[in-house]
Design a binder for this molecule. Structure first.
Ligand code: CP
Length: 312
């Protein structure tokens, strides 16, 4: 590893990164990917660091992946779940985090249902903050692991055609992916029902296609987003059956193509809704590669931010 530094002190969103930061994160992740595939998967680089994982929203992949990344770097970890905390007694977020920091914690990883929660914390507490997903806003480590996984399959993403399909409106994964893929020079298209397309979509520098089969014929890779039922306060389509018939992806459509596209899904999958089980379990879907790469990407992000704390 070299001694290059990130331009940022917190990871709040992809929009605060530049191309040199992304290249550095990917280079560092290459190194850590090799480490986690050894028989001894651990390096002692962050032995003196303590990280708190604050999850105010459910998570399987992101929470476990951050925890494993921290353990592989030999840092100390504390985990916080809002359900059993004094937030239930009326304590504010800032007070909660300042109490955690008083115990000599160095880095806060936060997932929160409110857009801007990570930015809010970074402005109000004295710590390095990593955004593990803030409501419908950004999920920067997901976008980094998605782009890293795509690069493994497609090589340089300059000029590659990537379609993001489904519930764009409620998706932090979509926004972070758009920012990152465009920074890497990809041609990005969004596809989904009009009701799940934000009004500002085209201002993000992407094109729109409502017809899934046209979008799939166009692309080199398709990122199939989860339908975020938990964020829907009204009906956005007549039925799940209708959604799936128009925007669900399966092998029959892929078999009509004269090329093999890469299929991603950030998880958790609603099997049979966004993609069929047959496709999810096929070699064209790189869902478990994404999860594996997530650990290396998060090791890289934590290591690079921590090295700025140790040697500013
Ligand atoms: N992709 C993702 O963020 O999954 P989790 O909600 O399980 O963390």
């Amino acid at each position: 590893m070299n001694d290059k530094k990130l331009s940022i002190n917190n990871l709040l969103g992809i929009k605060y990164l530049n191309l040199a930061d992304v290249d550095l994160i990917f280079e560092t992740a290459d190194y850590f990917k090799e480490v986690i595939n050894r028989s001894i998967k651990k390096v002692p680089v962050l032995r003196d660091l303590t990280i708190a994982n604050l999850f105010f929203e459910n998570s399987t992949r992101t929470k476990l992946s951050f925890e494993l990344a921290q353990k592989r770097l030999s840092s100390e970890i504390i985990n916080f779940s809002s359900a059993q905390s004094s937030l239930k007694k009326g304590e504010s977020l800032i007070d909660t985090v300042n109490n955690i920091l008083a115990m000599k914690v160095d880095i806060i990883v936060i997932r929160h249902p409110d857009p801007g929660a990570a930015m809010f914390l970074s402005k109000n507490v004295n710590s390095c903050i990593i955004n593990a997903g803030d409501g419908t806003h950004e999920h920067p480590t997901q976008a980094l692991l998605d782009a890293y996984s795509l690069k493994e399959k497609l090589g340089n993403l300059e000029g590659k055609k990537i379609v993001i399909v489904g519930d764009i409106l409620h998706s932090r994964v979509a926004l972070s992916n758009i920012f990152l893929l465009k920074m890497l020079g990809a041609d990005v298209k969004l596809c989904g029902p009009k009701t799940l397309m934000p009004y500002y979509a085209e201002s993000l520098g992407v094109s729109l296609e409502m017809d899934l089969s046209k979008a799939i014929k166009w692309c080199d890779a398709a990122n199939m987003l989860r339908v975020q039922n938990e964020r829907m306060d009204q009906s956005y389509f007549p039925s799940i059956h209708e959604y799936t018939s128009l925007y669900g992806l399966g092998l029959p459509l892929l078999k009509t193509l004269n090329k093999e596209i890469v299929v991603l899904h950030p998880g958790p999958i609603n099997r049979g809704v966004e993609i069929t089980s047959e496709l999810a379990d096929s070699k064209q879907a790189i869902i478990l590669d994404q999860v594996q790469n997530g650990v290396a990407i998060r090791m890289a992000v934590i290591y690079l931010l921590a090295s700025k704390l140790i040697i500013p």
